[in-house]
Design a protein around this ligand. Structure first.
Ligand SMILES: Cc1cc2nc3c(=O)[nH]c(=O)nc-3n(C[C@H](O)[C@H](O)[C@H](O)COP(=O)(O)O)c2cc1C
Length: 179
């Protein structure tokens, strides 16, 4: 791999960022733990990493997010994906074992125009039980002519601990071989 500057972008959404914990203290979510671990692993390989937590303009209940997926707008300025060698998209598993409407909505807005050098895409999910979420993202991406080079699900009933994050490292090592 010969890039003048190696840049990766990690896009994610935190469904639970709208949920306050009992004592009102913010604790690191599983979604964030995976993002920070991936960022750390990329930085070890001397990559520049940007992370973007997608934030919808309106706080919608999950049911309404599903009903109005196409109307979800984001506060974030859409990044220039072509500036990156790699784009990672992470979704929480929500609803009936599927991807977040916020992430789906972001993918629907991807527009490469006439640009030729698309980044490589990688997708992953976090949740309790693996469902249809990666299939859903794969099919939305295919409508944009994008085929992710790798995908993985990180699932547990519990808060992710360092043992769980070893799975993130295995995933990282696996897709890093492919780039
Ligand atoms: C409203 C809501 C619905 C959820 N639905 C599912 C689901 O259908 N399947 C599943 O495995 N996890 C589900 N989860 C758990 C999320 O996947 C989990 O919160 C997410 O992976 C990230 O973990 P974090 O909230 O600690 O970041 C749901 C979470 C919320 C808040």
């Amino acid at each position: 791999m010969v890039y003048s500057l190696n840049k990766a972008l990690i896009l994610y959404y935190n469904e639970t960022s709208f949920t306050k914990s009992k004592n009102n203290q913010k604790k690191e979510s599983n979604e964030e733990k995976v993002v920070f671990e991936l960022k750390r692993l990329f930085e070890e390989k001397k990559f520049l990493v940007d992370t973007i937590n997608l934030i919808p303009t309106k706080k919608l209940h999950l049911k309404d997010q599903f009903k109005k997926e196409k109307e979800i707008n984001l506060l974030n300025k859409l990044p220039e994906l072509n500036n990156y060698n790699l784009v990672l998209i992470g979704t929480p598993i929500v609803g009936a074992m599927t991807s977040s409407p916020v992430i789906n909505s972001f993918i629907r807005k991807i527009n490469f125009g006439a640009k030729k050098n698309k980044p490589l895409f990688i997708i992953y999910s976090t949740g309790i039980i693996h469902g249809f979420e990666l299939k859903k993202l794969t099919s939305l991406l295919s409508m944009k002519g994008i085929k992710p080079i790798d995908s993985e699900c990180f699932c547990s009933m519990f808060d992710f601990d360092s043992k769980k994050l070893v799975e993130v490292k295995s995933f990282f090592d696996r897709f890093f071989e492919k780039i």
